[in-house]
Design a protein around this ligand. Sequence first.
Ligand SMILES: Nc1ncnc2c1ncn2[C@@H]1O[C@H](COP(=O)(O)OP(=O)(O)OP(=O)(O)O)[C@@H](O)[C@H]1O
Ligand SMILES: [Mg+2]
Length: 147
Amino acid sequence: MPILVDSRYRLLRYSGLTACTPNESEVEQALGVRINDDTRVLERAGREILEQTKMQAVLITRGSRGMALFVPGAPTVHIPIFGSDEIADVTGAGDTVMATMALALAAGATFELAARLANYAGGLVVMKRGTATVSAAELRDAVNRDH
Ligand SMILES: Nc1ncnc2c1ncn2[C@@H]1O[C@H](COP(=O)(O)OP(=O)(O)OP(=O)(O)O)[C@@H](O)[C@H]1O
Ligand SMILES: [Mg+2]
């Protein structure tokens, strides 16, 4: 059973689970670094979290900069945002990403596929006002429109 962690604090206290989905500020806090759109710092930070937590994957969410997926022994996958960055409300974007990633992994997707699906879901939910949800049909339409 996949187990995912999305913890605001003390991320490094979780160990050996399937994946974690910190945003950049949580990564900065956990490691005491500043990422500032520096891909080398981001790269080192992602690898460091993998190492320290022994997770199978680390997905760092980067707001309007999309996300970066780290898996041991594989090159980092950088995923740009889906849709425009003209957003209505980012509330729940991180939760949407984590939930979609978990569902996809439970259904047998690879980490990369799960992250890409989660990125669509995140991009959709920020276009809605308030604490919104994304339906399977909306997710399917978004993927189809993009291909
Ligand atoms: N401005 C934006 N435009 C498009 N997509 C976005 C935007 N902001 C966030 N997203 C999507 O949502 C994902 C998660 O956003 P973010 O990194 O802000 O999460 P978070 O800070 O953990 O959110 P939360 O406050 O819900 O915990 C991003 O990786 C991206 O896919
Ligand atoms: Mg979050």
